[in-house]
Design a protein around this ligand. Structure first.
Ligand code: PLP
Length: 398
């Protein structure tokens, strides 16, 4: 059977990371992958996670199965973290999933079982995995414009214009609540209000990917687009991930949340999510969710975690500001100050694939061919090398 299989193409970003690992140069810099790094280039385990794990080690008494929808205390804490007081929790059917990816897939599967071939609108560009996840679930993916031609800002009129003219009642619209991946370019609060009005008017359903809560403007501020969307729209699918803001990448902790009009619809929605999960992975892994629940429900640990998230966000902002200033100091022919309006780990640098190739070949600096850079991969110690190399690259390739 398997001898007839063709070789599937490798994941482009992970492929670059493999190349980076086998690159023998000692001054190489990796700005490709989607994980947070500290100044030393490590992806640390948060202190609050270690403390929660110590508590669990002492107190956990069973590794029996969890309910299909996951850890009850975790679910309650997540709904509170994501929605705050903006809606009645009785309207949210929440289920723990293996990471944000699992949340997107379970959400899409749940819709697709009852509305096969439903359409979902994705921004162009969007996170590379969105299209594959939604198509694998049987949804029909459509794209809406997101960026201006020079790829440095949001083309809001094109975005809403296309959704308005081509969107249909019952279509889903995938939106990044904050820290748009791969561009770092988010709508303003006023624009969120317009998006919310448009979806309500067209009766389209927001499918919100919330993978970076706390990495934009803060844990509470980053949730404002959600409450704005829910002011006018009675239904939504919200997917969160604790990979980034808890550093729990490999523990696979996320949540899918179906927001319905009323408690009766919530009950039906949860029963459908359960069915989608049961025939997939049956029930979720316990450890990561138990860790998150322990931190979020203990006031002291929660306050400490807030500080840890602030620390990661502030380091990213500092790196972004240092990079902009560093590029200015090189007198490069390109101005990078547009990056200051971007949020989160990723930025669209405006560099093209030829320049990405030049940087890799000539200087051992790895960025994605689209020009996406992981700002969290930058460090104070390597900033001068990075800026000088990019300035040289721009000169050599223009
Ligand atoms: C926009 C976006 N959504 C979802 C995810 C999935 O996160 P997880 O690793 O929790 O599956 C990512 C991860 O990079 C992401 O960038």
């Amino acid at each position: 059977m398997f001898e007839f299989l063709p070789i599937a193409p490798p994941d482009s970003i992970l492929g670059l990371s493999d190349e980076f690992t086998s690159d023998p140069r000692t001054n190489k810099i990796n700005l490709t992958v989607g994980v947070y790094k500290d100044e030393q280039g490590r992806t640390p385990i948060l202190a609050t996670v270690k403390k929660a794990e110590e508590i669990l080690l002492r107190t956990e008494s069973s590794k029996s199965y969890m309910p299909i929808e996951g850890h009850p205390a975790y679910l309650k804490a997540v709904v509170d973290l994501v929605f705050g007081k903006s809606i009645d929790p009785a309207r949210v059917a929440a289920s723990q999933t293996p990471g944000g990816t699992g949340a997107l897939r379970v959400g899409a599967d749940t819709v697709s079982r009852h509305f096969p071939g439903a359409r979902i609108w994705l921004s162009n560009p969007t996170w590379a995995n969105h299209g594959s996840i939604f198509q694998a679930a049987g949804l029909d993916t459509q794209v809406y414009s997101y960026l201006t031609v020079d790829k440095t800002a949001l083309d809001f009129s094109a975005m809403v214009g296309e959704l308005k003219s081509q969107g249909r009642r019952g279509d889903l619209v995938c939106l990044h609540a904050c820290c748009h991946n791969p561009t770092g370019i988010d709508p303003t609060f006023e624009q969120w209000r317009e998006i919310s009005d448009l979806l309500a008017e067209k009766q389209m359903v927001p499918f919100i990917d919330f993978a970076y809560q706390g990495f934009g403007d803060g844990l509470v501020a980053d949730a404002i687009p959600l409450s704005t969307l829910l002011e006018r729209n009675q239904e939504a699918i919200v997917c969160n991930s604790f990979s980034k803001n808890f550093g729990l990448y490999s523990e696979r902790v996320g949540t899918v949340m179906l927001v319905s009009r009323d408690a009766k619809s919530t009950e039906a929605a949860l029963s459908q999510i359960r069915q989608a999960i049961r025939c997939n992975y049956s029930n979720p892994p316990r450890h990561g969710a138990a860790t998150v629940a322990t931190v979020l429900t203990d006031p002291a640990l929660r306050a400490e975690w807030n500080g840890e998230v602030d620390g990661m966000r502030n380091r990213i902002s500092q790196m972004r500001a240092m990079f902009i200033a560093g590029m200015k100091a090189t007198n490069a022919s390109r101005d990078f100050s547009f990056l200051s309006a971007q949020k989160g780990m990723f930025s669209y640098s405006g560099l093209n694939s030829m320049q990405a190739d030049w940087l890799k070949k000539e200087r051992g600096i790895y960025i994605v061919g689209t020009g996406r850079i992981n700002v969290a991969g930058m460090a104070m110690s390597t900033m001068p090398t990075l800026c000088a190399a990019i300035a040289e690259c721009i000169q050599a390739t223009s």
